[in-house]
Design a protein around this ligand. Structure first.
Ligand SMILES: [Zn+2]
Length: 107
């Protein structure tokens, strides 16, 4: 799943793994600089490919950052809504408990 594979022929030998990779595919001779080998996880979008990471670093003040801010805001909003849904019953139970304790102390 993480083994780099030549996109032209499917070769996934040791020459394509690791940081110092071959520039030509040993299987078919394809130019791996122009079309870098990718792992299955990268192709399916489970992992960012190395090219994508470079693009994110280059444009970290642009769309990627704005998207992250929007996602964080959406998450904070959801946490707030969940808090508002969960908290009232707890307040009611606590108030009922306090009233019951006061009532028992009186009687
Ligand atoms: Zn190849």
């Amino acid at each position: 799943m993480l083994a780099k594979t030549c996109l032209s022929c499917g070769y996934r030998g040791p020459a394509l793994q690791g940081p110092a990779r071959a520039l030509r595919c040993p299987g078919c001779g394809a130019d791996l600089y122009a079309r870098p080998p990718r792992s299955y996880a990268e192709l399916e979008g489970f992992l960012p490919s190395e090219d994508t990471i470079d693009m994110h670093v280059a444009g970290s003040t642009g769309r990627g950052r704005r998207q992250r801010v929007r996602r964080a805001r959406s998450f904070a909003f959801r946490v707030l809504v969940m808090g508002l849904i969960i908290t009232p019953p707890l307040v009611v139970v606590a108030a009922a408990g306090a009233l019951a304790a006061i009532w028992m102390l009186r009687g």
